[in-house]
Design a protein around this ligand. Structure first.
Ligand SMILES: Cc1cc2nc3c(=O)[nH]c(=O)nc-3n(C[C@H](O)[C@H](O)[C@H](O)COP(=O)(O)O)c2cc1C
Ligand code: SF4
Ligand code: SF4
Length: 236
C-alpha cells in the first residue's frame, strides 16, 4: 500500500470516508492487496481509472459526503464497498449505480462494529474479500441488485439521528479545538454540538481527553438490541 504522498493525478486509488475507523480499516486492507494509494475522501481527486470507494451506511442511506464525492468524480471502473453495523445495510450500492455512477465493476456490504455499540466486534474476516480483490484486478461490468430498505429510512434521517443520540462534554475538556477542526460539518464548537451534527462520532473518537461521550435514548437502545446480521455480501 502506498500513502497519500505524490499521488496527484493517479489513475487508481482506494478512497475512504470513515468516522470511527471501520471503513478505513477495510479500505487499508484493499489498498494493500491492490497496491493502490489509500486516500481519505477529503484528499481524493476527481479522475480515476480504477477507484475503490469504502464508506459506512448511515441510517440505511449513503452519507452526504459520499454523495457529493460521487457527483464530482469521473471513473472508468468503480468498486463500491459499504460497511454497516449489522443492523440493516439498506440499498446503498444499488442507489449508487442507479443514481450516481453506472460504471460499477464490483460491490460489497461488510458487517463491522456499529459506531453506537461499545462491545461490538470489528470486521476481521478479510479472507472473504479475496473474490472482490480478484474482480477489481480483472474488471468487467456488474449489475447491483435492489435490496430491502425500510420505507421510513428516507424520512429526515439526520433529525432522527439527532433525536436518538446525545453527545455530551465532560469537565475533562481542555478546549483544544480538535473536535471543531475535524468535524466535517462545522457542527461542534468547544465540545458543544449544533443542529448540523449527524452523530457520526468522529469527534468522540478523536477527542484526546475522552471528554466527549454519546448516549442513546431508549428507542435507539431498543433498536440496537434487535437481532443482528453478520453477512458479507459480495457482487463480482
Ligand atoms: C449516523 C450513523 C448511522 C448509522 N446507520 C446504520 C444503519 O442504518 N445500519 C447499520 O447496520 N449500521 C448503521 N450505522 C453503523 C455504521 O454503518 C458502522 O458502524 C460503520 O462501520 C461505521 O463506519 P466508520 O467507522 O468507517 O465511520 C450507523 C452509524 C452512524 C454513525
Ligand atoms: S477535542 Fe475534546 S478536549 Fe478538545 S475541545 Fe473538543 S471536547 Fe474539548
Ligand atoms: S459534531 Fe457531529 S457531525 Fe461533527 S464530528 Fe461530531 S458527531 Fe460528527
Amino acid at each position: 500500500m502506498r500513502d497519500n504522498a505524490g499521488v496527484l493525478g493517479t489513475m487508481n486509488a482506494t478512497v475512504f470516508y470513515s468516522n470511527t475507523g471501520q471503513s478505513r480499516a477495510v479500505a487499508a486492507y484493499l489498498a494493500e492487496c491492490l497496491d493502490y494509494p489509500l486516500l481519505s475522501i477529503e484528499a481524493a481527486h476527481t479522475d480515476y481509472q480504477n477507484l475503490v470507494l469504502v464508506f459506512p451506511v448511515h441510517c440505511q442511506n449513503i452519507p452526504d459526503a459520499v454523495k457529493d464525492f460521487l457527483k464530482s468524480v469521473s471513473v472508468d471502473n468503480l468498486t463500491v464497498v459499504a460497511t454497516y453495523g449489522k443492523m440493516c445495510c439498506g440499498n446503498v450500492l444499488y442507489e449508487i449505480q442507479k443514481g450516481y455512477q453506472k460504471n460499477v465493476v464490483a460491490g460489497a456490504y461488510i458487517p463491522t462494529k456499529h459506531a453506537y455499540i461499545d462491545n461490538d466486534g470489528a470486521f476481521c474476516d478479510f479472507d472473504k474479500l479475496k473474490p472482490l480483490v480478484e474482480k477489481i484486478q480483472s474488471p468487467s461490468p456488474v449489475s447491483l441488485p435492489k435490496l430491502y430498505k425500510n420505507p421510513l429510512a428516507d424520512i429526515l434521517p439526520r433529525l432522527r439521528g439527532r433525536l436518538g443520540l446525545k453527545i455530551r462534554k465532560s469537565e475533562k475538556c481542555i478546549a483544544c479545538g480538535l473536535c471543531s477542526e475535524i468535524c466535517p460539518l462545522g457542527a461542534i464548537k468547544s465540545g458543544k454540538t449544533n443542529g448540523r451534527c449527524i452523530r457520526c462520532l468522529r469527534c468522540v473518537e478523536a477527542c484526546p481527553k475522552k471528554a466527549l461521550s454519546a448516549r442513546s435514548g431508549l428507542p435507539l437502545k431498543l433498536y440496537l438490541h434487535k437481532k443482528k446480521t453478520n453477512k458479507v455480501i459480495i457482487y463480482v
